[in-house]
Write a protein that binds this ligand. Structure first.
Ligand code: GDP
Length: 312
């Protein structure tokens, strides 16, 4: 990307989009195009079509998505599949119609089969049934990456697709019902400490293994791929190492300074037993994550505390 290029960050207020804007600004890309949800509804074709015709972006980061934790995915599957399919279809199609030079689509490692061999390599895609708790979201993300490949094949576009693992960092959603595990636990332990509660409840058995990538690392990886990668093959973006939910809870307990008891609510779903990505392809391309989990959680916790506890 040329420094003066017109770059559209779709979803710039979210966890991923806001980190992308920070990274682009840091690197001297200042000609950014952004629009809030109040200005355009990305699920509405005419809104997106008018926006592209008017703004004419040269590069697109497709970071707009409806996302949420395990419960949100179980309770709102229709919204997850509809919103994501519509946003992807509108943005990818309008990018093609308006001659966008390159597009980066952001998927998720939940596109992979529930029982995929761990750590999960990119070629595990569509080799088995999906984890039921987030199948609707996964199908939408699979459709998005397949759309990129189909447009490349038929129209000769340069659309690439990155599959990030579980993300966390500043500007996350700290909602206890609908958020992901890491922000939800940070908030639970923080509140429990402040209110002197004797127990913190962690959902599920504590046994599932997850991999966590700090959001500024993801943003850097996205810039790296946009500048150095071309091809149909999807690319995992993660750290390559996993941690159990029980160990994560213990780490967050230490970071927040909570001294009470941790209990597991086994009536809540565990979801995918293990989800750790194989990042050797990305490493071979020349990028690897820099932030270790303890440092990343520390930074996220500082940010969360500075929000005066709004963070939702
Ligand atoms: P997933 O990676 O798609 O399963 O999404 P989540 O980030 O929501 O959940 C990851 C794991 O953390 C699951 O096994 C949950 O049961 C577990 N977990 C433990 N406590 C919590 C919590 O307070 N919120 C969420 N969202 N998950 C939790």
């Amino acid at each position: 990307m040329e420094k003066k290029a017109r770059i559209y960050v779709a979803g710039h207020t979210g966890l991923v989009g806001s980190a992308l804007v920070r990274a682009l600004n840091r690197e001297g890309y200042l000609n950014l195009v952004m629009a809030t949800h109040q200005e355009i509804d990305l699920t509405v074709q005419t809104d997106v079509s008018e926006f592209f015709a008017c703004e004419r972006p040269e590069y697109v980061f497709l970071a707009a998505a409806k996302v949420g934790g395990i419960m949100a995915n179980i309770v709102y599957p229709a919204q997850f599949i509809y919103d994501n399919l519509m946003m992807e279809a509108n943005i990818i199609h309008e990018s093609w119609k308006n001659g966008v030079k390159k597009l980066l689509f952001l998927g998720s490692t939940c596109i992979y089969p529930q029982m995929a061999r761990q750590p999960i390599t990119e070629d595990a895609l569509l080799t088995g049934p999906l984890e039921p708790s987030n199948a609707a979201y996964a199908i939408a993300k699979i459709a998005g990456l397949k759309m990129c490949q189909a447009y490349n094949q038929q129209y000769g576009t340069k659309y690439i697709a990155a599959m990030p693992t579980n993300l966390y960092g500043p500007h996350d959603h700290f909602n206890l019902e609908t958020g992901h595990v890491l922000p939800a636990l940070l908030r639970k332990f923080h509140e429990a400490k402040r209110q002197g509660r004797p127990q913190v409840v962690v959902w599920g058995s504590g046994g599932p293994i997850r991999e966590f990538l700090y959001i500024d690392d993801l943003a850097e990886a996205c810039l790296f791929l946009m500048n150095h990668y071309e091809g149909d093959k999807i690319v995992n973006v993660g750290t390559g190492s996993g941690i159990s939910i029980a160990a994560l809870a213990d780490l967050i307990r230490t970071i927040t300074g909570y001294e009470g008891e941790v209990v597991f609510d086994k009536t809540k779903p565990d979801g995918m037993p293990v989800k750790v990505s194989d990042v050797s392809y990305l490493k071979k391309l020349g990028w690897q994550a820099a932030t270790d989990l303890r440092t990343g959680i520390g930074r996220t916790y500082n940010w969360f505390c500075r929000q005066g506890f709004a963070g939702d």
